[in-house]
Design a binder for this molecule. Structure first.
Ligand code: FES
Length: 122
């Protein structure tokens, strides 16, 4: 099952828009886009994950799995984002064991959202 990495391209990290007009979220998007994505991961830029006060933000989602919203990211954290995505995609249900998460991942989880119920369970 494919994992979606939503990346907020409008994050400003609490700062005014820089003179060049390129906000930190756009810089992080450019850095992640320039890398090879992990297997079974697709990148989807979005405008605002409602985590604006928490640095750059991403969300990892997959049908049948927990969804994680992560903040505290900077434009320099492309490798961190891809590492998180790789671990998430390799997990059985979206839950990466705590001790296997990076410090940034552990410290900056904004929300984890349960999987949607299957149609037959509604
Ligand atoms: S602008 Fe990025 S979370 Fe709101």
């Amino acid at each position: 099952m494919e994992t979606t990495l939503y990346l907020c391209q409008t994050c400003r990290m609490g700062q005014p828009v820089p003179d060049d007009g390129i906000v930190p979220g756009q810089r992080l998007l450019a850095a992640v886009s320039a890398c090879n994505l992990p297997e079974n991961v697709r990148l989807v830029p979005v405008s605002c994950l409602s985590a604006c006060a928490r640095g750059c933000a991403v969300a990892l989602s997959r049908p049948g799995s927990w969804t994680y919203v992560q903040g505290g990211l900077t434009p320099q954290d492309a490798d961190e984002v891809l590492g998180m995505a790789r671990q998430f995609a390799a997990s059985a249900d979206g839950v990466v064991p705590w001790r296997e998460r990076s410090a940034l991942f552990r410290k900056n989880t904004i929300a984890r959202i349960p999987p949607l119920p299957a149609k037959e369970d509604i």
